[in-house]
Design a protein around this ligand. Structure first.
Ligand SMILES: [Zn+2]
Length: 445
């Protein structure tokens, strides 16, 4: 015992001395998640890494000094992790800057707004040092949507000029039809005044219903993992992309993928993006696990402001809300825009609409899969807290159930789910023509 204490004391004394290798922290994993929104670099270790960051320009670089870190395979391998298609990072160089300090130099493709922060151990993860490289000029998701023509636009563009002219704004004094009126009011007035809407997108002149499709989880947050190793984040993205394709094939609808790649978006960030594209609906797609492997069937959820409708709903909402812990949110950054809107506005009316949408989608899902329960459930899902956009969360099936896991990976089955979601959305719009949407979002945009 005494010997052990002496040994520990010696070790501590040695570690107090500068430049001793005994204090070096080993990086156990290094990951890079490139995406259009931002690129994330994660270094994982058993102890927190002390760090220091500064930027250099001409050319743009980020320099990160890691203190008392071992220069091992993981750090050396970082160079190879950066892909040519990374939107923000051109390359990474790693070297022993001086005894006890490993220096990372990131050569950037353009000016960036970096955030560097530490996440404490959670789930399977140890300490994580996270670098998020955001573009200096944040992307505007609404402008991105407008600039990205869908298939029907391309067809319209190649059609005779009269087709496009037919969609032009009516002459002054002529009363537009209701759909046209809504269309102009909906998109044109919400664009920043400095950026007039592109004139060559005919659909801007008509009522276009925007459906935000949210593939659950992503990046550092894999979501639930099936017994065969399927990750919820991949299944949800595959289904979300199919839903978007189906929605885009309809003349007056447009699908927006809130996540279109393998990267993490905080729950509140998903709500923010949905509001920024001024979506008419928000649909979050999931495929969760439950404690019991026998749990099966599809479920559709709406937000509840007053407790959950069942124990399973409460359990799932808790799991889903933990996504931010696993995915890794920089708590130092708050979004004042969201804090204001989420606090001030009542959600009661939206929950009623969400329930209607949820019922339509649940009915359609009932044609292709067993339902976990025969009715829509409610719980406190953070991602459903848009005060003015009907929002639902779909647990398409349980990835923890081996037979459902197999089906979730089947492209044909994914397409069936996507079709069922589309069917529910169409029925909802047929019965609720989106006329009563509050207009306060315009003022805030
Ligand atoms: Zn999930």
């Amino acid at each position: 015992m005494l010997r052990a204490v002496v040994k520990l004391a010696t070790l501590l004394i040695l570690c107090w001395l500068p430049q001793q290798a005994c204090a070096a922290v080993a990086v156990s994993a290094a990951r890079i998640w490139p995406a259009q929104d931002y690129t994330r670099l994660t270094l994982e270790s058993r102890q927190a890494i002390r760090h220091n960051m500064f930027t250099l320009s001409d050319p743009e670089r980020l320099v990160i000094d890691l203190e008392d870190v071992e220069l091992g395979d993981m750090l050396n391998g970082l160079t190879k992790l950066v892909g040519e298609d990374d939107p923000y990072i051109r390359s990474v160089r790693v070297g022993q800057f001086k005894p006890g300090v490993v220096r990372l130099v990131l050569d950037l493709k353009s000016e960036a707004k970096p955030q560097l922060f530490v996440l404490k151990p959670v789930g399977e993860y140890g300490y994580r040092l996270v670098l998020d490289v955001y573009p200096a000029q944040p992307l505007d998701p609404l402008m991105a949507l407008l600039e990205q023509p869908k298939v029907s636009d391309a067809q319209a563009a190649s059609a005779p000029a009269t087709t496009v002219q037919a969609a032009e704004e009516p002459p002054a004094g002529e009363k537009p039809g209701l759909a046209q009126d809504l269309g102009i009011g909906k998109i044109d007035t919400r664009l920043p005044s400095a950026a007039p809407p592109p004139k060559n997108i005919p659909e801007l002149r008509a009522r276009t219903l925007i459906v935000a499709i949210d593939a659950g989880h992503g990046g550092e947050d894999p979501g639930a993992i099936g017994s065969k190793g399927s990750r919820e984040k991949n299944v949800t993205l595959a289904i979300a992309r199919k839903v978007k394709t189906l929605i885009d094939s309809l003349p007056n609808m447009r699908g927006v993928l809130i996540r279109d790649g393998d990267y993490f978006i905080p729950l509140i960030g998903r709500v923010a993006k949905t509001r920024k594209v001024n979506a008419d609906l928000f649909i979050s797609i999931h495929a969760d696990a439950f404690i019991k492997k026998t749990a099966r069937g599809s479920s559709v959820f709406a937000l509840s402001e007053h407790g959950a409708t069942s124990a399973v709903a409460r359990w799932l909402a808790k799991k889903e809300n933990e996504a931010d812990l696993i995915g890794g949110v920089n708590i130092a950054v708050k979004d004042p825009y969201l804090a204001r809107t989420l606090l001030d506005l009542s959600q009661t009316a939206t929950i009623n609409d969400s329930m209607k949408l949820a019922k339509h989608v649940l009915n359609e899902l009932g044609d292709i899969n067993d339902l976990h329960r025969g009715h829509v459930e409610q719980a406190g899902f953070a991602v459903l807290k848009s005060p003015d956009i009907p929002s639902i969360l779909i647990e398409t099936a349980f990835i923890s159930n081996p037979s459902e896991e197999r089906r979730l990976n089947d492209e044909n089955y994914q397409m069936k789910i996507a079709n069922a979601i589309l069917g529910g959305v169409k029925r909802y719009f047929a019965q609720n023509p989106a006329l009563s949407k509050p207009k306060f979002a315009q003022a805030e945009f």
